[in-house]
Design a protein around this ligand. Structure first.
Ligand SMILES: *[C@@H]1O[C@H](CO)[C@@H](O)[C@H](O)[C@H]1NC(C)=O
Ligand SMILES: *[C@@H]1O[C@H](CO)[C@@H](O)[C@H](O)[C@H]1NC(C)=O
Ligand SMILES: *[C@@H]1O[C@H](CO)[C@@H](O)[C@H](O)[C@H]1NC(C)=O
Ligand SMILES: *[C@@H]1O[C@H](CO)[C@@H](O)[C@H](O)[C@H]1NC(C)=O
Length: 491
């Protein structure tokens, strides 16, 4: 082989692995490219490819791609736009539109040049901002978000509620659950929201008002009436359960569940008041797997005995566990046994550690989705509490199960250290699941699917009671565009 051939070979090896971005090969996909995928924040994914049409998996820096949006006619729009770097050639582009109602153009560029099929001219319906009260035809909306047609959890929850008798259910709910619990009665009529709360502590109603208002701004719902339970799982009767809706389920109760107010709020407030969401975590997953500290990590309040037990274990075995209580509230401080209470650290800093410990608080630990989407392995305490997606997860496939009393935790951590390849595989499966099924679209789809299934089972007329107050939409300058008349088929 002469020198020329060697050089040529080297050249081709080099270019096959080249991390020079090809604008035409780079791929862009995601709900933001569909005008009907109406969400608080619209998002898309960018995967860099090189000239040889190979995926680039190297970190290309935060500035590799620029995302901008403008109005087809007016130009400037009020929007908050960001691109998250997942540090492996993949990016998540996101934007929150305010009072925009018009034809939108999405531009994605690399070094000044459009990539993939950019600019994307979103035709058809106008693209509406989060402030607009312009509900879309439900079929169109569900299709644009690729919402699943059924959910196992919803079917299970509604099994014993084939008929919801509206003439008696409010009276029975109030008799059974008040005054000891706080519950709110909602009626959605003509896509407007009304409510009446019962009980002493009803501050959490804002976590039901907000998603209902946001959803009714975006998609037309059937008329329905329901009760939300603002506290822990409630309905103990298996024989005669009432269709109360809650944010968390348990094996010993029969509430109908919605995604937790925590994850729903992170969707509503994304690129706003809340900085922790399933996307922001993906861009802040700490060091690479090989470089992470091989210890179990935990920070949290003392809302359950096992959290204290864990902190005590960490004092005894700092070589395997770094766990501290950030706030003693329920239990008496015992620094000798449980260690000093420590200042909370940024959630993103959790991911310096390879093993994340998900220990229940008062009910399920609502951080589970955020732990899963990062690149660390999750150890989950066995629990009777569950959220809307838990039943789709498989222990040893998506996470490492740990006994309720944590008696096998040390053993499981040692197992993971010894079996790094298998541990990595479980981590990858858990992360992939969460990144795929816990996106903002999934959270909104689940709400709408539950409301629609629930409404189907009602018998009687949905009524707005005199004692209810209207939960009004915020003021907005947004004007909906006249939609072209929907044909019979579309309705
Ligand atoms: C980058 O990471 C995300 C999340 O783990 C993953 O879905 C994607 O496939 C990765 N991309 C590449 C090119 O490895
Ligand atoms: C536990 O974690 C915190 C935060 O990363 C760190 O500052 C501390 O030094 C760790 N403790 C031990 C004993 O490693
Ligand atoms: C922990 O729970 C298991 C059952 O899951 C039980 O066999 C074991 O004795 C318990 N350990 C302690 C220390 O309580
Ligand atoms: C619905 O309510 C009406 C009037 O109360 C009753 O006659 C009918 O049987 C109910 N339907 C079902 C399916 O329960």
């Amino acid at each position: 082989m002469d020198l020329f051939v060697v050089l040529a070979l080297l050249g081709s090896i080099c270019c096959a692995h080249s991390s020079t971005i090809s604008c035409s090969n780079t791929q862009v996909w995601g709900p933001a490219l569909d005008e009907n995928a109406y969400l608080p924040v619209r998002y898309l994914f960018i995967q860099a490819y090189n000239k040889k049409n190979n995926k680039i998996t190297k970190d290309l820096g935060d500035k590799a791609f620029q995302l901008t949006v403008h109005d087809e006619k007016a130009g400037r729009v009020r929007a908050w736009v960001t691109v998250l770097n997942l540090h492996n050639g993949t990016y998540i582009g996101r934007f929150r539109l305010y009072d925009h109602a018009g034809q939108l153009v999405i531009n994605i560029k690399h070094a000044g040049n459009h990539v993939a099929n950019s600019p994307y001219h979103l035709k058809g319906n106008a693209v509406y901002g989060e402030d607009c009260v312009c509900p879309l035809n439900r079929k169109k909306w569900l299709k644009a978000l690729q919402c699943p047609t059924s959910y196992q959890q919803i079917e299970t929850d509604l099994k014993s509620h084939q008929v919801i008798d509206l003439s008696t259910f409010a009276k029975r709910m109030i008799e059974r659950f008040t005054p000891h619990h706080s519950i709110c009665h909602y009626a959605v009529v003509n896509n407007e929201v009304y409510r009446q709360c019962h009980g002493d502590i009803t501050d959490f109603k804002i976590f039901m008002d907000a998603p209902l208002l946001s959803i009714t701004r975006k998609v037309s719902l059937p008329d329905f009436e329901f009760f939300i339970n603002l506290g822990w799982p409630l309905e103990k009767s298996q024989e005669d359960p009432l269709p109360i809706i809650s944010w968390c389920g348990s094996d010993s109760t029969y509430d109908i569940i919605l995604p937790t107010y925590d994850i729903t709020n992170s969707v509503l407030e994304m690129l706003g008041r809340v900085s922790l969401d399933v996307f922001s975590v993906q861009a802040n997953t700490g060091p690479k797997w090989e470089k992470k500290v091989e210890k179990g990590f935990f920070r949290g309040r003392d809302s359950r005995q096992e959290r204290l037990d864990l902190a005590a274990m960490s004092v005894k075995h700092p070589e395997l566990i770094n766990a501290s209580i950030t706030n003693y509230f329920f239990f008496k401080k015992d620094e000798k046994k449980f260690g000093k209470s420590v200042k909370p650290i940024s959630f993103f800093d959790f991911f310096k550690y390879k093993y994340q410990l998900n220990i229940d608080g008062t009910v399920a630990a609502y951080r589970f989705p955020y732990l899963l989407v990062a690149d660390s392995l999750v150890f989950k305490q066995n629990s009777e509490y569950y959220e809307h997606f838990y039943k789709d997860l498989v222990p040893w496939k998506h996470y490492i199960p740990v006994k309720r009393n944590l008696s096998d935790l040390m053993y499981q951590i040692k197992w993971a250290k010894k079996n790094d390849k298998k541990a990595r595989k479980i981590q990858r499966a858990g992360t992939e699941f969460a990144r795929k099924y816990l996106q903002p679209a999934d959270i909104f789809c689940y709400h709408v699917a539950l409301f629609v299934e629930y409404a189907k089972r009602q018998n009687g007329t949905v009524k707005v009671l005199d004692t209810m107050v209207k939960v009004a939409q915020p003021e907005t300058n947004c004007r909906c565009r006249k939609l072209k008349k929907l044909t019979k088929e579309e309705l």
